[in-house]
Design a protein around this ligand. Sequence first.
Ligand SMILES: Cc1cc2nc3c(=O)[nH]c(=O)nc-3n(C[C@H](O)[C@H](O)[C@H](O)COP(=O)(O)O)c2cc1C
Length: 315
Amino acid sequence: MLNELSCEISGIKFKNPLILASGILGVAPSSIVRLANAGIGGTTTKSIGPRTRFGFSNPSIIEIDDGTFLNSVGLANPGIEAFIPEIKEIKKKTNIPLIVSVFGDNPEIYAEIAKKSELAGADAIEINVSCPHAEVASIGLSAELTKKFTEHVKKAVNIPVFVKLTPNLANIIQIAKAAENGGADVIVAINTVRGLSLDIETGRPILSHGIGGLSGKAIRPIGVRCVYEIYPHVKIPIIGCGGISKWEDVLEYIYAGATAVQLGSIFSRGEDKIIEILDGLHIFLKKHNISNLQELKGKSHDFDDELEVKPKFQN
Ligand SMILES: Cc1cc2nc3c(=O)[nH]c(=O)nc-3n(C[C@H](O)[C@H](O)[C@H](O)COP(=O)(O)O)c2cc1C
C-alpha cells in the first residue's frame, strides 16, 4: 500500500490522507461504504452519544454562500447501542480505517461509548469536545476539562484516541497541549466556527437554533492557521480539517503541519471530488519529483523566523 500519498497516523495506515469528517453523511453505513468505494483513505462516523438524540428542528443547515454552510444539527444520532451493528457493518463492507466519534454527558460516559465502539471494531476513537452548538462545546474551551476527558477515554481503550478541537477560542495551542498531556494520540483541528445568519425580512436567525457552526470554503484559512499554530507545540500528529474543496487546499494543510486531512462540506458536491483531489495531488508530486506527500509536512515553518512578530505589549 506504500505510495506517494500513503501515510501512517499513530500506527494506523492510510492509503491516502483524505478522511471523511464526522457528521457529514449522517449515520447510514451505506454512505460511508459509497465513499470508501470512491477512494477515500479513511472515514469518521457521526458523533455518537449514549442515547438517541434528535437534534434541533429544521432549518438546521443552510448554504450561506457557494460552498459555505451554517449548521446546528445538534448532534442528532441514534445512540451507541443502536449504532454498534452499524459499526460492524461498515467494518465488514470496507477495508479502510474507521474512526468512531464519541461524546457524552461526562468523562465516564465518553469512555464507555469509546470502549463499546472499540469492541464493535473501531480502529480509532475521536473525542468530540468541540461541537459549537451542543453542551460539549464547553469541554473544548477548557484546558483542564480537555485533559480530563482525554485521560478517561485513553484509559478505557487500546486503540488511538484523536481529540477534535474547536477554533472558537483565543488560544488553541493551550488546548492542543492539554489534549496531548491527557494522552491524546492525534489532534484533529478544526470543528466548525460559531456563526450566525439572519433573515433580512424578519431579522430572525435563519437556523431554528440561532447560532450555528460555519463549515466549508470560508473557514479554510482558520483551519490552516490553527494547524500552523499547533504544529510547533505538540509531538503528536495533527489531522487538518475545515474548508477543503480542492487538492491545493490539502497541500496548504500539509505545509502547515498536518499529516492528513478530513473532508466534510465538500461532499455536498458529490463523491467524485475524492478522485479529483487525489489526481491533483499525484500530478503535483510527480511534477516536483516528490516521492511522498509527507516530505512537505510542516514546510511552512521553514519561514517562521522571517514571519515572527515580537510581542510589544505584555502584562
Ligand atoms: C452538517 C454537519 C454536521 C456535523 N456533525 C459533526 C459531528 O457530529 N461531530 C463532529 O465532531 N463534527 C461535526 N461536524 C463538523 C465537521 O466534521 C467538520 O469539522 C467541519 O464541517 C469542517 O470541515 P468542512 O469545512 O470540510 O466541512 C459537522 C459538520 C456539518 C456541516
